[in-house]
Ligand binder design. Structure first.
Ligand code: OAD
Length: 230
């Protein structure tokens, strides 16, 4: 089984999604805050956007949807968890080996020497952060538009998608590629597709089953129906 998640699984934790009418891309044009060109033009503006998100994330907690996925992963060692989320909430719920297609907001990378470090403090003492090793400008360790995804992670996720009997896709509009392509790959390779989303995503027509509702309610309900002994 492959579970693939997007921003919607964190919505009930109090994390805004991207494409809702009050979503993150509404007040923050993508080209300004989520592209290498935007960062080159105004690194402090970009950092302020990510600092706001990091500060919010320090105040929120994983929700029942994250917890059910983590419990399933404990029960089924072959369950692969692939996420487009950079918020780290799956890990905080206890999930391990999370394939983070779009990187992590807690990872910081030097744009010059590419040194990576983990930093879970927000706000930072000084913006923009500067690399202690080479003096270069540090950037958020997330994937921006126009950049390639971490290839090892993408390849591992593609291998899992091809092998999957069942793929559960939760909380994504499925409009961003190559992530959405993994859902198509799984379906074309014969996996049954379960979509968990209050509304139909761009790939809803591929779904074998659509469970319409918030993942923080639908996933616990599904878990209860499966009736695993605790
Ligand atoms: P979107 O904002 O595009 O879509 C969020 C989806 O979650 C929508 O389909 C909502 O209907 C659904 N949703 C909302 N509340 C939900 C809930 N409580 N339970 C379940 N589903 C809910 O976010 P993503 O699909 O994750 O990439 O966006 C994909 C990528 O686009 C992101 O990783 C980000 C963004 O640009 C980068 O920044 C590279």
């Amino acid at each position: 089984m492959v579970v693939m998640t997007g921003a919607g699984v964190s919505a009930e934790s109090g994390v805004p999604t991207f494409r809702a009418s009050d979503g993150l891309w509404e007040g923050h044009p993508i080209e300004e805050v989520a592209t290498p060109e935007g960062f080159a033009a105004d690194p402090i503006k970009v950092w302020r956007f990510y600092e706001g998100r990091r500060e919010n994330l320090l105040r929120v907690a994983p929700n029942p949807g994250h917890h059910v996925i983590a419990a399933w992963q404990e029960r089924f060692s072959s369950l692969m968890l692939v996420t487009q989320n950079v918020d780290g909430l799956h890990q905080r719920a206890g999930s391990r080996d999370v394939m983070e297609l779009h990187g992590s907001i807690w990872q910081i990378r030097c744009s010059q020497c590419h040194r990576e470090r983990v930093d879970r403090t927000a706000p930072m003492a000084k913006l923009p952060p500067i690399c202690e090793v080479c003096g270069g400008l540090e950037r958020p360790g997330v994937v921006w538009f126009g950049e390639i995804l971490p290839q090892d992670t993408l390849n591992a996720a593609a291998r899992a998608a091809v092998k999957a009997d069942v793929t559960l896709v939760a909380g994504t509009s499925a409009v961003v590629y190559p992530a959405a392509g993994l859902v198509e790959l799984a379906a074309n390779s014969g996996a049954a597709l379960i979509e968990v989303n209050p509304v139909a995503s761009a790939l809803a027509s591929l779904a074998t089953v659509a469970l319409r509702g918030p993942s923080g309610e639908v996933l616990p309900a599904l878990d209860r129906l499966l009736g695993f002994p605790s």
